[in-house]
Design a binder for this molecule. Structure first.
Ligand SMILES: O=P(O)(O)OC[C@H]1O[C@H](O[C@H]2O[C@H](CO)[C@@H](O)[C@H](O)[C@H]2O)[C@H](O)[C@@H](O)[C@@H]1O
Length: 386
């Protein structure tokens, strides 16, 4: 199945400005390290209160560049596409970027023509996709209209939300029981009950969800819970002097937000995280939207979570199924890549800025996401009851 073949091979924009060989930095401290194997067990290293490293670390290993380029503000100078350009030029750049990643709304007919006689499965990211990006992560609420749109979609198509937040937190924010949830970048999946999945996958057990419904719980990074908790506490301690910094514990990963930190202190926050992470070779760093995300070095991500959920939902026959994944973040690229590489479905990037992506289509913001979800429901009803 050739979902969309008119796109050149994707180039990720994640900045890795210097070669790994030039500096002898441990791979977990380089930006966007490759996923590695799962480690069976082992004691983690306690944090030694050593002298903090020099701020040069975060400059030389590319962290600072990645921090600066994440979530660039609109109508300001844009460093995300490599050069600083005024906002008018950004609009022009956005227009030509959209030739490559057309609006999923304008291309709706093309998408649904392809979906005819197929089962659509919908995967949604939360922050920046269903809720707008706001300064305080605790206030990233989705609107009632959006909740209704997601609910209606979930009634028509198998639907899952795959978020960087903990499963509990994202369920608390969304509050819908009609869909499946995967938290911690897919490392905490609450999927449909499946005997085959629990026998095929280690770390997959039967459990009950918040409503007492039996679910399949898949937690491939279970053994890292104490380590993440330890690192979370160290991060809280080490960043508490930096005004605006906020640390979140997502059980299988932890996030350090710098959105509200003065830009002049970004090297400080980066360096503090760096100093802690270098004590934990089994953890790695990824960059989100003004957030540093620390997670286990295991071969698992949102792309694997999509594959796992498709299998759990018995939707992994790719000729018959069209998965659609909508997300805004770098971590969503793993899911876009899975869909693109297998020619399996459509990735839709939510962005109002030009960005390199593995997605096929784009939507500007959560408002457009909502319009797209509503259109899917209308289309489904028309197909069913013409
Ligand atoms: O995978 P997601 O559902 O997109 O989660 C990714 C991160 O989202 C949250 O942070 C982002 O949204 C915040 C609220 O709008 C914003 O303040 C922050 O700057 C963004 O990075 C969440 O708080 C993180 O823990 C998630 O990892």
């Amino acid at each position: 199945m050739d979902v969309k073949s008119n796109h050149s091979p994707p180039v990720l924009s994640d900045p890795i400005p210097i070669s790994k060989s030039k500096l002898s930095i441990h791979s977990n401290l380089l930006p966007y390290p490759q996923s590695g194997p799962t480690f069976s067990s082992g004691k983690y290293i306690g944090i030694s209160r050593k002298k903090p490293g020099k701020l040069d670390d975060v400059r030389s290993n590319g962290w600072l560049d990645a921090m600066i380029s994440s979530s660039p503000p609109r109508k300001k100078l844009n460093k995300d596409i490599g050069v600083e350009v005024p906002s008018d030029d950004i609009d022009v750049a956005y227009g030509s970027w959209m030739l490559k990643y057309p609006s999923a709304l304008n291309s709706f007919e093309q998408i649904t023509n392809f979906a005819r006689n197929k089962k659509i499965a919908v995967f949604l990211d939360y922050d920046g996709t269903l809720s707008p990006i706001v300064d305080d992560p605790d206030l990233a609420l989705m609107s009632d209209d959006m909740r209704l749109a997601v609910r209606n979609v979930a009634k028509c198509f198998p639907t899952a939300i795959i978020s960087g937040r903990s499963c509990e937190k994202v369920f608390e924010l969304v509050g819908l029981t009609e869909l499946h949830y995967a938290g911690s970048h897919g490392m905490d999946i609450m999927g449909p009950i499946s005997k085959r999945m629990s026998s095929d996958h280690l770390n997959c057990i039967e459990s009950t969800d918040q409503q007492g419904k039996t679910v399949n719980l898949f937690q491939p990074a279970r053994e890292f819970i104490p380590m993440i908790d330890e690192v979370f506490r160290a991060l809280v301690e080490n960043t508490k002097g930096v005004k605006g910094a906020k640390v979140e514990n997502h059980k299988f990963c932890t996030s350090v937000h710098y959105r509200n930190v003065e830009e002049q202190n970004w090297p400080v926050i980066g360096q503090r995280v760096h100093d802690i992470l270098k004590e934990y070779p089994r953890l790695r760093l990824t960059h989100g939207r003004k957030v540093l995300e620390i997670r286990p070095v295991i071969d698992w991500n949102k792309g694997k979570a999509v594959e796992f959920l498709l299998e759990s939902l018995e939707l992994n026959d790719s000729d018959d199924v069209l998965p659609i994944y909508i997300g805004d973040d770098r971590t969503d690229e793993d899911a876009f890549k899975v869909l693109r590489e297998g020619n399996r479905g459509y990735g839709i990037l939510v962005s109002s800025m030009p960005k390199e992506t593995n997605a096929c289509y784009s939507l500007k913001d959560p408002t457009e996401v909502m319009k797209f979800l509503k259109s899917l429901v209308t289309w489904k009803k028309l197909v069913e009851y013409p």
